[in-house]
Design a protein around this ligand. Structure first.
Ligand code: IPM
Ligand code: MN
Length: 352
C-alpha cells in the first residue's frame, strides 16, 4: 500500500522525536511491504522564522493532499514570555485544527505493566486503567470571540458551542464506547455553564440511539478528582475543548510519563497524529527526549488512518519490549542506564 504522510516536525524536541518515528515507520513499511511517501512541511516557530506564519498555506496544501499527518510539537519559549507577540506558534496549531476540521481529539490513557511503579500514583489505584478521552477540538473558549475592552483593563474569552458540534463529537464517543466496554462519561459543568447544559441535553437525547451504552454525567471538578482516585472506573469520556485539555494532561500522570501518550485528531477531511507532550525546549538538540509517544502516535496512524492493524500491533509490541528490557530515555530510566532518543529509535528498528 502507498501511504502519503505529511510530516510536521515543528519546534523544540519535535524534529528529534519525529525522526525516530520516521525510522520506525520505514522499518514497518519494509517489513509489511508498504511504500511511504513522506511529505515534510513547516509549522510552529520554525515556520514563523522561515515565512512569518505558524501554519503557512503551503503546509495546509500538503496536509490536504496527504492521507494522514504526523506531527511533532509546537512552541518556543521566546514567545511564552512576550504577551505582546503578534504571532505565536500555538496559533498555528489551532489554525491547523480548524482548517483541517479536526474536531475530535482522541487521547487514550493506559498503563504499561513494566512501568506501573513509575507513576506517582499507587499501583493498586491505577492497575488496569484503560480509558480514552474524546476532547472536542475546534470549538469552545479556544475559538470564541476574545478581546479587551475598557482601554485594555477588561479581557474576555467567550465559550460557544452549537448543538451540531456537540452531536458530532458525542456520536464518535458513543461509537467508540460500543467497541469497548459500552461505558460513556459526559464531563461538563452543567450546574454553572449554559454551554454545558447544551452538551448534557444533546447527549441525553442521543442515548436512545445507543441503548447498550451506559452514560454517566459528571461535573468536571469531580472528574478531576476521581480520575486520580479511581481511574479504572472510566472508559470513554467526552468533553469540551478546555476541560479536555486540562484533564488529559492530568490523566497522563497515570501512565508514568507524558513522554508515552499518543493522540489522534480526527475530522471530516483528514487525520492527524501527535504525542500529547509539548516541545520541551530545554531538551532541544540534546537527544534525550522520549520518542515513544510519537512512535505510538504512528501506531495509531497505521490503525486509524490506514486500517493496518497488524502494523500497529507490531509497533506497540516492540515498544512494550523496549520498556520491559529497560531500553528507555532518562525520564523512565530511574537509577538504570538512560538511553538516548536516537538509541531507543535504533533499538526499535533493529527489533522490528
Ligand atoms: C494540547 C496543547 C495545545 C492546546 C496548545 C499548545 C495550544 O496544550 O494539544 O493539548 O491547548 O490544545
Ligand atoms: Mn494541552
Amino acid at each position: 500500500m502507498k501511504l502519503n504522510i505529511a510530516l510536521l516536525a515543528g519546534d523544540g524536541i519535535g524534529p528529534e522525536v519525529i525522526n525516530e518515528a520516521v525510522k520506525v515507520c520505514d522499518a514497518i513499511a519494509t517489513k509489511f511491504n508498504h511504500e511511504i511517501n513522506w511529505m515534510p512541511a513547516l509549522t510552529g516557530a520554525a515556520a514563523i522564522d522561515a515565512v512569518g506564519e505558524p501554519y503557512p498555506d503551503e503546509t495546509h496544501e500538503i496536509c490536504l493532499k496527504a492521507d494522514a499527518v504526523l506531527f511533532g510539537a509546537i512552541g518556543h519559549p521566546k514567545y511564552d514570555n512576550d504577551p505582546s507577540a503578534k504571532v505565536r506558534p500555538e496559533q498555528g496549531l489551532l489554525k491547523m485544527r480548524k482548517k483541517l476540521g479536526l474536531f475530535a481529539n482522541v487521547r487514550p490513557t493506559f498503563t504499561f505493566p513494566s512501568l506501573i511503579d513509575n507513576s506517582p500514583l499507587k499501583r493498586e489505584r491505577i492497575e488496569g486503567t484503560d480509558l480514552v478521552f474524546l476532547r472536542e477540538l475546534t470549538g469552545g473558549i479556544y475559538f470564541g470571540e476574545k478581546g479587551r475592552r475598557d482601554g485594555g483593563e477588561t479581557a474576555f474569552d467567550n465559550c460557544v458551542y452549537t448543538r451540531f458540534e456537540v452531536q458530532r463529537l458525542a456520536k464518535k464517543g458513543f461509537e467508540l464506547a460500543m467497541t469497548r466496554t459500552k461505558k460513556l462519561c459526559c464531563v461538563d459543568k452543567a450546574n454553572v455553564l449554559e454551554t454545558s447544559r447544551l452538551w448534557r441535553e444533546t447527549v441525553q437525547a442521543m442515548e436512545k440511539d445507543y441503548p447498550e451504552v451506559t452514560v454517566s454525567y459528571e461535573f468536571v471538578d469531580a472528574v478531576a478528582m476521581r480520575l486520580v482516585q479511581w481511574p479504572n472506573s472510566y472508559d470513554v469520556l467526552i468533553t469540551e475543548n478546555l476541560f479536555g485539555d486540562i484533564l488529559t494532561d492530568e490523566a497522563s500522570v497515570i501512565s508514568g510519563s507524558m513522554g508515552l501518550m499518543p493522540s489522534a485528531s480526527v475530522g471530516t477531511e483528514n487525520q492527524l497524529f501527535e504525542p500529547i507532550h509539548g516541545s520541551y525546549p530545554q531538551a532541544t538538540g540534546l537527544d534525550i527526549a522520549n520518542p515513544l509517544a510519537t512512535v505510538l502516535s504512528a501506531a495509531m496512524m497505521f490503525e486509524m488512518a490506514f486500517n493496518l492493524k497488524e502494523e500497529a500491533e507490531a509497533i506497540k509490541a516492540v515498544v512494550n519490549k523496549s520498556l520491559a528490557e529497560g531500553i528507555v530515555t532518562e525520564d523512565l530510566s530511574g537509577k538504570n542506564k538512560a538511553y538516548k532518543t536516537s538509541e531507543v529509535g535504533n533499538w526499535l528498528v533493529e527489533n522490528i
